[in-house]
Design a protein around this ligand. Structure first.
Ligand SMILES: Cc1cc2nc3c(=O)[nH]c(=O)nc-3n(C[C@H](O)[C@H](O)[C@H](O)COP(=O)(O)OP(=O)(O)OC[C@H]3O[C@@H](n4cnc5c(N)ncnc54)[C@H](O)[C@@H]3O)c2cc1C
Length: 431
């Protein structure tokens, strides 16, 4: 850390990933003085590991609207920061079973109902769009032309550039060690470099956010779970255009998008690694996570990948990216205050979608802090929804519920309202 900490700040954001940076930028653009404290380097937590896929159509109209608005916010960021963040490739969901086809029908109906551009796509057209993908086992597909991916590093750069313009102060290398409370009200944050007086603290510490909540002995229902994806090198015999559509194959639990002439393929496998963030050193760098050659998760990923892209196997030149996601028991984030402490806001639990949620989440958090409410429908992401849930107070119960959610993140079958209607046994990558 180089500069001295400010003595006071209207808001202190704990964590310099996309959630904290977007929130800080939005708050400062509305006139608040904002300080971001980051344990290590800005944008180097989960944010620095993300694939960035942006599929706007979610299980509910409220979540879909948030992502559709996010695309507009990103367009403004691109213009103001002069960087390309969004790559509009379109996206496809493919179904190889009748249950999955039903899920696609529901999504198309819901999307059309809210004016989202989505339609079924005949399988022969899927083949011409994606000549490098196996399609003979598909029964249905739908296409969303306005989807694509966000480039996480460029998104971080834009948040920082515009945040600085609005006066946000950033302090990397400055872990928050404690919160100063008077009765149940936040008064400040404590670090090795001093204390900052503030009435508002935002816990945007991603996989570490349950530890930040733990500083004031309040359980936050999140867990830190591992995730891997592969990136192939360009291959002349299977060229991948930079604007080839992203793919979601929930039966195989995989997603895919183009990357530098190769293909990214990631998987929500049935058995994610559970991380104890308290056991990691202060200067832990997520990019230092390595993968063993015989790693089970990589083997499952490659197995599922070659079922959809038969030209990819264990011998294909590729890199493996390993990172840590922040899961919640219901797959949705926590945004806002809870009944225990005035001035402590949580902004965490983004599972596999924090990059794409961050543009609208920043607006929502700024609304909640400055106005006490927001025009967005945030019922499903209220920070207090599990506050006194009797089965979700101990770490072991919370971790079990989050683990369960990750395992079913792609495997389960959803109805049009985002509820689970079926969770067939053996729906995993090896079935
Ligand atoms: C492999 C992988 C692939 C992914 N793919 C996608 C994708 O395709 N699309 C998508 O939208 N999302 C994806 N995600 C998820 C996405 O990366 C996250 O949801 C998002 O980055 C979360 O941002 P965050 O700001 O909440 O957390 P982070 O980026 O982890 O930021 C939290 C920050 O808090 C800091 N911190 C922790 N404790 C303290 C403390 N005590 N004091 C100060 N600072 C602290 C950490 O150092 C960290 O920098 C992926 C994630 C992974 C791991």
């Amino acid at each position: 850390m180089t500069n001295a900490l400010p003595q006071t700040s209207d808001v202190v954001v704990v964590g310099g990933g996309v959630a904290g940076l977007s929130t800080a930028m939005q708050l400062a653009s509305r006139g608040a003085s904002v300080t971001v404290l980051e344990r290590e380097r800005l944008g180097n937590g989960s944010t620095g590991r993300a694939a960035g896929l942006l599929g706007q159509l979610r299980g509910s109209p409220a979540a879909t609207r948030m992502l559709m608005d996010g695309v507009q916010i990103v367009a403004e960021l691109e213009e103001r920061a002069n960087v390309e963040i969004f790559v509009q490739t379109g996206s496809l969901r493919v179904a190889q079973t009748e249950e999955r086809a039903g899920e696609i029908r529901d999504l198309v109906e819901m999307g059309r109902g809210i004016g989202f551009d989505i339609d079924h796509l005949p399988i022969d057209e899927v083949s011409s769009l994606l000549p490098y993908m196996r399609t003979d086992d598909l029964v249905d597909a739908c296409y969303c032309p306005t989807d694509g991916h966000l480039q996480p590093a460029e998104l971080v750069a834009a948040y920082l550039k515009l945040g600085r313009e609005h006066g946000v102060v950033y302090h990397p290398g400055c872990p928050v060690r404690g919160l100063d409370l008077t009765e149940n009200r936040v008064r400040g944050v404590i670090t090795d470099h001093g204390t900052i007086s503030t009435g508002v603290v935002i816990n945007a510490a991603g996989p570490w956010s349950y530890l930040v909540a733990g500083l004031v002995d309040t359980p936050l229902q999140t867990a830190a779970l591992g995730h891997v994806y592969l990136t192939t090198r360009p291959d002349d015999s299977h060229p991948v255009d930079r604007l080839s559509p992203a793919i979601r194959d929930r039966h195989l639990r995989i997603y895919s998008r183009p990357e530098s002439g190769g293909l990214i393929v990631g998987m929500y496998g049935p058995d994610a690694v559970q991380h104890d963030m308290a056991a990691l050193p202060d200067d832990f760098d997520m990019s230092s996570l390595t993968v063993r050659a015989d790693d089970l998760h990589v083997a499952l990923l490659i197995d599922a990948t070659k079922r959809r892209f038969p030209w990819i196997d264990e011998r294909t030149p590729m890199t493996i990216t390993r990172g840590i996601m922040t899961f919640s028991p219901d797959g949705k984030p926590f945004c806002g205050q809870r009944p225990d402490f005035d001035g402590l806001f949580h902004c965490s639990g983004f599972c596999g979608h924090g990059i794409v949620q961050s543009p609208a989440i920043g607006v929502i958090m700024a609304d909640l802090v400055l106005d006490g409410s927001t025009g967005y429908d945030i019922e499903a992401i209220q920070a207090d929804r599990f506050f006194d849930h009797p089965g979700l107070q101990d770490r072991s119960d919370i971790e079990a519920a989050c683990y369960q959610m990750q395992a079913g993140y792609y495997g389960r079958i959803e109805d049009g309202d985002g509820g689970v209607v079926d969770e067939p046994a053996g729906d995993g990558p090896t079935s």
